[in-house]
Design a protein around this ligand. Structure first.
Ligand code: 4BW
Length: 148
C-alpha cells in the first residue's frame, strides 16, 4: 500500500508544482474571439485562462466555447469572430486555487478539470496546476516507494 499521507505527496506546495504565468498561454478580456482562436490553435491547448489588464483571472476560453458563440441558426457566422470580445463568451464559473494551498485541496477539483488556475491573495494570476504535473509527481512517488 502507498501511504499518500506521507507529507511528501499531499502536502506538496502548489507553488512548487505550478506552471508559472509567464509560461501559460492566455488572452485578455478585450481581445477578439479571432485572436483567442489563433492563440488556442497555435498553442495546441483546448482551453486557456482569460486575464484582465491587471493580470487578474477573469475566466477561461476554449475552442468549443468560441465555436458555440458564433453558431447561427443556419451556419457558423465566422464574421462574428472579429466583432465579438473574449469577455462576451468566456466561462467565468471556474475553480480557483490559492498559491499558498497544498495539493491535498486540489485533487478533487482535478478530477473534473484538466487544469486549475492559481491566484495570489489579491486575485493576481500566478499560473496553472495541470493533471499532467500531478500525475507525474504521483508516478515519481510510486517509483520511489517501490525502490524501498
Ligand atoms: O502543446 C502542448 N505541449 C505539451 N507538452 N503537451 C500538450 C500540448 N497540448 C496538449 N498537451 C497534452 C498535455 O498532456 O494534452 C493534454 C490535454 O491538453 P488540453 O488541456 O486539453 O489542451 C495536456 O495535459 P496537461 O499538461 O495536464 O494540461 C491540461 C490542460 O491545461 C490542457 C490545457 O487546457 C491547459 N494547459 C496546460 N499547459 C498550458 C495550458 N494552458 C495554457 N498554457 C500552458 N502552458
Amino acid at each position: 500500500m502507498i501511504s499518500l499521507y506521507s507529507g511528501e505527496f499531499l502536502e506538496v506546495s502548489i507553488k512548487d508544482l505550478m506552471i508559472p504565468s509567464e509560461r501559460v498561454a492566455h488572452v485578455q478580456v478585450g481581445n477578439s474571439l479571432e485572436h483567442a482562436l489563433l492563440v488556442l490553435t497555435k498553442s495546441g491547448y483546448t482551453a486557456i485562462p482569460v486575464l484582465d489588464p491587471h493580470y487578474r483571472l477573469m475566466g477561461l476560453i476554449s475552442t468549443p466555447i468560441i465555436m458555440d458563440s458564433i453558431l447561427g441558426l443556419q451556419r457558423i457566422e465566422f464574421e462574428q469572430l472579429e466583432r465579438k470580445r473574449v469577455e462576451e463568451a468566456m466561462n467565468t464559473k471556474i475553480p480557483r486555487i490559492n498559491i499558498h494551498s497544498t495539493l491535498k485541496s486540489s485533487l478533487d477539483l482535478l478530477v473534473d478539470h484538466p487544469f486549475l488556475c492559481i491566484e495570489d491573495d489579491s486575485g493576481i494570476f500566478e499560473g496553472i496546476l495541470t493533471r499532467r504535473t500531478v500525475l507525474l509527481k504521483l508516478s515519481q512517488q510510486v517509483k520511489r516507494y517501490n525502490k524501498k
